[in-house]
Ligand binder design. Sequence first.
Ligand code: SF4
Length: 543
Amino acid sequence: MKYNWKNRVSANKNSSPGSACSYKQASRPSDAFKFLLCADLTLRHHRRNSNFKMSPPSENFYTCWRARLGPTNLLHDENDLPTERLLQAVWLHQRLKRDQLRTADGKNVRVFHPGFASTEGGPDFYGAVIQIGDDPPRSGDVEIDLRASGWHAHGHDRNPNFQNVLLHVVWDDARPVARALPLLSLSRVLDAPLSELGLWLESESPGSFPRNLRGKCCTALSGLDDTQLAGLLREVASVRFQNKTAHFRTRARHVGWERSLWEGLFRALGYKHNAWPMQNLAELHPRWACGADSVFDWQARLLGVSGLLPLELSRAQPAQDGYLRRIWDRWWRERDEFHDCILPRAAWKFHGLRPANHPQRRLALAAHWLAAGDTIQQLERWCATDLPDARLLDSLRQILEVRRDEFWSGHWTLRSARSSKTLPLLGGARVTDLAVNAVLPWLWTRVVEGKNQKLQRVLERRYFAWPPAQENSVLRLARQRLLGPGRNHLCRSAAVQQGLMQIARDFCGRANALCEPCRFTELASAWRMQAATQPPPLRTGCS
Ligand code: SF4
């Protein structure tokens, strides 16, 4: 018998109520899986003798153990509720009866776009496009909780990051607890039993980006071959590099070369959460740049001026308190002198920040560079040294990294307990951030101003040859939306990553999740036409 859907349905109807093939009985993961395996998927004739013995599916060792111990069991909590992770996957992939979605007060819900999963705290999804009742479709955030009471219990009602939530999605049927916040319950609108969704979650890798959430430009970009696409991304990367160099040129005109570099380095140390307070601190460089000698002096000054020193000792951790007490003793003596520079603590963001990226730690690192006294000269020598591409990252890391710090090699922050491992103050990923955001554009601007074309080419080559940075959430989303799967090999350079981030900023950042009114697809098609009629450029420099 040839397999077709009708045969499967009729076979299923005719099966006895107790049969393992009955869909109704497929309430446990193992049963749901058996149903799939029981379908007659092969031609009956042409049986071959085989030396391999296949266990019937119901006795398959792995299936049984997977159902007992495997990941699907982790999809329920102790009250047999689905986990939030499963609900998030259901929402992202819209495994819902989408024409039956209604808020708790009976309004229809149309989901034009579920939004993008947030990895950095705040609501679970941002940028969703949703229509509720007769209101026009709106763009906003979606928060997912098991219970409606989670809104207050998790403090979302007091958290300003949740102000843009337009739909609270929950599992149960409770009434909304936040006044005027529409509530959607999923328990009755799943498109498949929970057990089946659990299996799907683990087998189909729903953490992957759903095809229908890719950007409109993805199809046009998939029409470019690797050379054409890489060429386009390198052009965009050049534009991004040029933007950075223009900024350094302007700042150098106003504050001089040295200060413009410190501003760039500090900004890069702030990463995306704290770039502004770091920049602010660097702009005050002339005020705080004299009179400190040792690394410890610099750390006390930077931590003091930043406003990041805890006001009280913990009294429970003598190791931390000893260092903090000495820092305070040092800072206390000069605090009045710098009182006009001290940043308010509210200027810093700590939410969603990994300890390795804590600004206290970044300032402790900057103190080493300031104490060395010749960091800028070392960078200039690095620029003029002949280096193979494979040594770029390590050679810069040797200049910027710190071998050992009395306190910070053992603590993530001023408050954290001593680690048994040695904690690096600077990792390879941050070296790349510093290179593409500060060191390379600053050096390039200098050599261009000095009309040194040879070094200009050297620095351009280094930019395009620099190994990739650690992927962040912006980059990951841009890669998934623009390129889809199967083209990750093109992202093996920091410059291509920079190109993707620039497109995300120029186009995705000005469009909604449905890509309205983005015109990047036109640009990609025009690039394809041009690439088909012109030979690839010989030089891919930045100027
Ligand atoms: S907004 Fe534009 S660039 Fe971004 S994914 Fe959509 S079509 Fe592509």
